[in-house]
Write a protein that binds this ligand. Structure first.
Ligand code: SF4
Ligand code: SF4
Length: 68
C-alpha cells in the first residue's frame, strides 16, 4: 500500500478544498471532517496540503515545515 497524507482532524474546518484538488478520490468528507480512504491510491501530489487553509493535511515525507 502506498503512503498516505496525515490528517489533523481537529484543524479541519470542512471547507472541502482538498477534495476539489485531489486526483485520486483518497479524501472523503464525513460529518464535515476529512478522512483518508487508505485503500485508494494516493499519487502523493501534495496538492491537498498546498490548498488546505488550516494546515490540517500534511504529506510528511516530502514537505519541510517552515511555519511550525
Ligand atoms: S497527496 Fe494528492 S492524491 Fe494524495 S490525498 Fe492529497 S491531493 Fe489526493
Ligand atoms: S482543505 Fe483542510 S480544512 Fe479544508 S476540508 Fe481539507 S483538510 Fe479540512
Amino acid at each position: 500500500m502506498s503512503e498516505m497524507p496525515v490528517i489533523d482532524q481537529e484543524r479541519c474546518n470542512g471547507c472541502g478544498l482538498c477534495i476539489s484538488v485531489c486526483t485520486c478520490q483518497a479524501l472523503l468528507m464525513i460529518n464535515n471532517i476529512i478522512t483518508i480512504i487508505e485503500k485508494e491510491e494516493c499519487t502523493w501530489c501534495t496538492q491537498c496540503e498546498v490548498v488546505c487553509p488550516t494546515g490540517a493535511i500534511a504529506c510528511p515525507f516530502e514537505i519541510v515545515f517552515s511555519n511550525s
